[in-house]
Design a protein around this ligand. Structure first.
Ligand SMILES: Cc1ncc(COP(=O)(O)O)c(C=O)c1O
Length: 397
């Protein structure tokens, strides 16, 4: 791969983000800031092109419907799927809930998760009545796939893993996870929230069965996300929410349902969200996810090298993590670290990151987390290091 190690500064990526001038935003894993093209696309959709989709016979509605469906095709293509294989949801959380609630169990009542999952990939399975088994992690914070292979049984309907950990940045060997799942007739769901904004994804090459992600982590708007699955799997799943748009015909006696994806999109959808998502997909494709991945990996190496040079800083996760570095300063609660960093103009997340089982595995109740995106650069790392030195000064005083 000839990807550059840094996104070419001539592209002036950072200046495309109006909301982060004079601010070191290192919380992209929570939600990405928006480039101007995405903001403009959303503004245009409301101020010039707005109309409902799928229902109006007037021209503007037809144009909006076309824009909505083109967004679906673009979001699916981004991860190697077809247009009819992608369902719009409110986000990754809703996408995983949809699968947990509607996938026929076929006599298998167990789901295999891992110790590092986000609560969004734990609680939906519990609520849907699955028995949960959790795969341990390797010493450096990867999902232990040898253990997964040994734990998987024919009682497991689904193996559901994060493609990239939101705390450790560890990258799953997704292809091997698919082979393991399929060896016992289980399906593989990947929580791609942190992977899709950070690296190229190819659901067909992986052999995944379900793939979930959120637009707002991919430089797009909040309130919209995606569930990808193979057409024949979606076709076999019943609807989960009833209402307009998801039906074929309705009488008081009997309702028949539309084919996927409409079957799973009851009610007026997030029309403008889809337009914003399409603009975000185009934006990352223009930069290239190979380049974004290489850029973020280089920033992670730089950060880990800088933080390991500061005594009393503990780093979590593997050295080759994708765009995310979790750490703690000895004797300082992560919330205090983040508050002092905030005073220094650096935004990091602190807490359990919706991953309490992982915190237990790490033996801490919280970490501070710096997470990068395409617009991040070395000035953010320098500010982070200065801020951590300030944390140490304040707490040693
Ligand atoms: C790995 C992972 N999974 C799921 C989610 C939930 O995403 P959302 O809140 O956008 O539905 C997040 C968000 O932090 C995440 O990082």
């Amino acid at each position: 791969m000839n990807a550059p190690t840094r996104i070419n500064s001539k592209l002036d990526v950072r200046s495309q983000f109006p909301a982060i001038a004079n601010w070191h935003y290192l919380d992209s894993a929570a939600t990405a800031q928006k480039p101007q093209v995405v903001i403009d696309a959303i503004a245009r959709a409301y101020s010039r092109d707005y109309a409902t989709v799928h229902r109006g016979v007037y021209e503007r509605s037809a144009v909006m419907t076309d824009a909505y469906e083109r967004s679906r095709a673009a979001a699916s293509k981004l991860i190697g799927g077809q247009a009819n294989e992608l369902i719009f949801t409110r986000g990754a959380t809703e996408a995983i809930n949809l699968v947990a609630r509607t996938l026929p169990k076929n006599g298998r009542n167990r789901v295999l998760l891992s110790q590092l999952e986000h609560h969004s990939n734990i609680v939906p399975w519990q609520l849907a009545g699955f028995e949960v088994d959790a795969v341990p992690l390797t010493q450096d914070g990867q999902i232990d796939l040898d253990a997964a292979e040994a734990m998987l049984t024919e009682q497991h309907r689904v193996v559901a893993f994060a493609h990239v950990s939101n705390v450790l940045g560890s990258i799953l060997d997704a292809k091997r996870a698919a082979e393991i799942a399929h060896s016992k007739g289980a399906l593989l769901l990947l929580d791609g929230c942190q992977a899709v904004p950070r690296m190229p994804v190819d659901v067909a090459g992986i052999g995944a069965d379900f793939y979930a992600f959120s637009a707002h982590k991919l430089y797009g708007p909040t309130g919209i996300g995606c569930l990808w699955s193979r057409a024949e799997l979606l076709q076999a799943m019943p609807p989960w929410q009833g209402g307009g748009a998801m039906i074929d015909s309705v009488t008081f006696e009997r309702t028949t349902f539309a084919d996927p994806p409409a079957r799973f999109e009851a009610g007026t959808p997030h029309i403008v969200g889809a337009v914003g998502l399409h603009a975000a997909v185009d934006w990352v494709e223009r930069l290239s996810l190979d380049a974004i991945h290489a850029h973020e990996c280089a920033l992670v190496s730089e950060t880990r090298a800088a933080l390991s040079g500061i005594s009393g800083v503990t780093l979590y996760g593997p050295d080759d993590s994708a765009g995310i570095v979790s750490f703690n300063v000895d004797g300082v609660h992560a919330h205090d670290t983040a508050t002092i960093l905030d005073d220094a103009g650096v935004a990091v997340r602190a807490g359990h990151h919706c991953a309490q089982p992982l915190m237990q595995w790490l033996g801490v109740d919280a970490t501070a987390r710096a997470s990068f995106a395409a617009q991040s650069d070395s000035s953010d790392i320098e500010a982070l290091v200065r801020g951590i030195e300030q944390v140490k000064r304040i707490f040693s005083a």
